[in-house]
Design a protein around this ligand. Structure first.
Ligand SMILES: Nc1ncnc2c1ncn2[C@@H]1O[C@H](COP(=O)(O)OP(=O)(O)O)[C@@H](O)[C@H]1O
Ligand SMILES: Cc1ncc(COP(=O)(O)O)c(N)n1
Length: 298
C-alpha cells in the first residue's frame, strides 16, 4: 500500500478523545505523529477527565459540532492518513462514518490488503478503543455492534487482547495461538488487516518478549498470511497510551509510503525505546506515559 503522491511531510488526522495528562488519546497521537515526521491534526470526539490513575468523567460535545470539526479539516486540508481512537457512542460512530463516506470510504471494500484500487484516499487506521489501561470503559456497551459494522472502512485495525475478544465474540486469549485465531476470524469476516497486539498476554512466551502479529484477510483461493514481530518486554508501569501511540505511529509511517510489514518493526523499536526512557519522566502516580521522543532526545 502506498499513496499515489506522498507529500514530503504527510498530513495526518487523529479522531479521538482527550487525556489532559498527555499520555493517551489525542495528545499521545500528536506526539506520535511528530516523532514519525508527520504533520499532526486532531478532531476531538470526547473530552475525558482522566489521569494516569483512571477516568473520572466524560463530556461528549454534540455530534453536530463533531461533524463541524471534521468538515473544517477536510474542506481545507488534503489528508494522507487518518487514525481513529475513542469513538464512545453509536451516534459518534455514525457521524464519523458519514463523514468518511464523503471522502470516498465505503462500508464494504472489494480489496482489503492495501486498497490499491482506492486512488488517493487517506489511509485509515482504527484503534478499536473500548477500555482504558485503568479498566474504565471508553465505549458504550450499546455501541459495540456499531463499531463492528464500522471495521471494513479501515485499512488496519489494532485491537489489544480484550478488544479482539470482543470483536471476535469470545473469551480473551491467554496465549499467541488463541489470539491469532481470533484475529484471523475478524480479518476474514470484515476483510481488514488486523494487528493483534500481545501486550496483555501473560503466558510463558510473554515474560521476556511481546508478540504483535499482522493478520491479513484471506482472499478467495489465496493462502492465509500472517507475520509475527517480537520485541523485548520492558518491565515498567508506564504503559498508559501504548496502544494509542502505536496505531498513530503506524498511520504516520503508512502516510510516508511504508507497508504495515515494514512499518511495524520500526514502530516496535521506537516503542521499546519510548518505554525504556519513560523512567526519565515524572508524570503521575499510576500508569505513567511513554517517552515519545526517546530516540530524538538521546
Ligand atoms: N511492557 C511492554 N514492553 C514492550 N512493548 C510493549 C509493552 N506493553 C505493550 N507493548 C507494545 O505496545 C503496543 C500496545 O500493546 P498492548 O498493551 O497490547 O495494547 P493496548 O495499549 O492497546 O492495551 C504493542 O505494540 C505492544 O507490543
Ligand atoms: C481518550 C483515550 N483514548 C484511549 C485511551 C486508551 O489508552 P491505552 O492506549 O492506554 O489503552 C485512553 N486512556 N484515553
Amino acid at each position: 500500500m502506498s499513496l499515489t503522491s506522498p507529500r514530503s511531510i504527510p498530513n495526518i488526522l487523529s479522531i479521538a478523545g482527550t487525556d489532559p495528562t498527555g499520555g493517551a488519546g489525542i495528545q499521545a497521537d500528536l506526539k506520535s505523529f511528530a516523532a514519525h515526521r508527520g504533520y499532526g491534526m486532531c478532531v476531538v470526539t470526547a473530552l475525558v477527565a482522566q489521569n494516569t490513575q483512571g477516568v473520572r468523567e466524560i463530556h461528549l460535545p454534540p455530534v453536530s459540532f463533531l461533524r463541524a470539526q471534521l468538515d473544517a479539516v477536510s474542506d481545507d486540508v488534503a489528508l494522507d492518513a487518518i487514525k481513529i481512537g475513542m469513538l464512545g457512542t453509536e451516534e459518534i460512530i455514525s457521524t464519523v462514518a458519514d463523514w468518511l463516506d464523503t471522502l470516498g470510504f465505503r462500508g464494504e471494500l472489494p480489496e482489503a490488503t492495501g486498497h490499491d484500487d482506492a486512488g488517493a484516499r487517506p489511509v485509515l487506521v482504527l484503534d478499536p478503543v473500548m477500555v482504558a489501561t485503568s479498566g474504565d470503559r471508553l465505549l458504550d456497551a450499546a455501541a459495540e455492534s456499531a463499531l463492528i459494522a464500522f471495521l471494513p472502512r479501515a485499512d488496519l485495525i489494532t485491537p489489544n487482547v480484550p478488544e479482539l475478544a470482543l470483536l471476535a465474540g469470545g473469551e480473551p486469549a491467554t496465549e499467541p495461538a488463541g489470539l491469532i485465531a481470533q484475529a484471523r476470524a475478524v480479518a476474514d469476516q470484515h476483510q481488514v488487516v488486523v494487528l493483534a497486539k500481545g501486550g496483555h498476554l501473560d503466558d510463558a512466551s510473554a515474560q521476556e518478549s511481546v508478540l504483535d502479529t499482522l493478520v491479513y484477510p484471506t482472499q478467495s483461493g489465496e493462502r492465509a498470511e500472517e507475520e509475527q514481530f517480537r520485541s523485548p518486554r520492558i518491565h515498567t508501569q508506564n504503559t498508559h497510551g501504548t496502544g494509542c501511540s502505536v496505531s498513530a505511529a503506524l498511520a504516520a509511517l503508512a502516510a510516508r509510503g511504508h507497508s504495515w510489514s515494514t512499518a511495524l518493526p520500526v514502530v516496535k523499536d521506537w516503542m521499546t525505546a519510548a518505554l525504556q526512557d519513560s523512567e526519565r519522566l515524572d508524570v503521575g502516580q499510576g500508569h505513567g506515559p511513554i517517552q515519545h521522543f526517546a530516540q530524538l532526545w538521546r
